[in-house]
Design a protein around this ligand. Structure first.
Ligand SMILES: [Cu+2]
Length: 177
């Protein structure tokens, strides 16, 4: 990479962060004007974990802090498959938890229920799959030390084709910020 390219990249990164900043400012003023308004999926925190594994681009990885007495922790991540073949997230392990399950939330009549996804999460070719609050998530069970804001949780994600990747997920507040 030559100097010219570096300068262009820096400039475009600055532009993106400016745009993001104004979009966020816009969003927060909208929130103030509409109290009680239900917001869509929360944005991943800026220091969320990223990684690349073959054709898979991983971004937005984080976990939420656990409330006192809360027995399990929730983790979230986005996986984009830029390849031509489907892949599958088969399992997740963490040295911070006895086990990590893949879960999804589903409405059962009026009640939101959580169930384990036992056969893994498909990552179709060209697709972006997001594990986010109120949908699919990683559920950390038998957590050794409750997740605390500012901490970090190591995970290993295993994919059927791409193999495995180690990531360190930052811990955000229990509310997700
Ligand atoms: Cu769950």
């Amino acid at each position: 990479m030559n100097r010219y390219h570096v300068a262009v990249l820096l400039l475009s990164a600055a532009t993106v962060s400016l745009l993001t900043g104004s979009a966020l400012a816009q969003q927060s003023s909208d929130m103030k004007s509409m109290p009680g308004m239900h917001m869509g999926p929360e944005a991943a925190p800026s220091d969320s974990a990223t990684g690349k594994l073959g054709d898979l681009d991983i971004s937005g990885g984080y976990v939420r802090a656990m409330l006192p007495g809360q027995p399990v922790g929730g983790g979230y991540i986005t996986i984009h498959n830029s390849g031509k073949a489907a892949d599958k997230l088969t399992s997740v392990t963490s040295s911070a938890a006895g086990k990590v399950e893949l879960h999804e939330m589903k409405m059962d009549g009026e009640i939101m229920k959580m169930r384990e996804i036992k056969d893994g999460i498909a990552i179709p070719a060209g697709a972006t799959v997001t594990l986010a609050p109120n949908t699919m998530h990683m559920m950390f069970k038998q957590v050794k030390t409750p997740f605390k804001k500012g901490g970090a949780v190591p995970v290993m994600l295993m994919f059927e084709k791409a193999g495995m990747i180690d990531l360190t997920l930052p811990v955000v507040s229990a509310k997700g910020n």
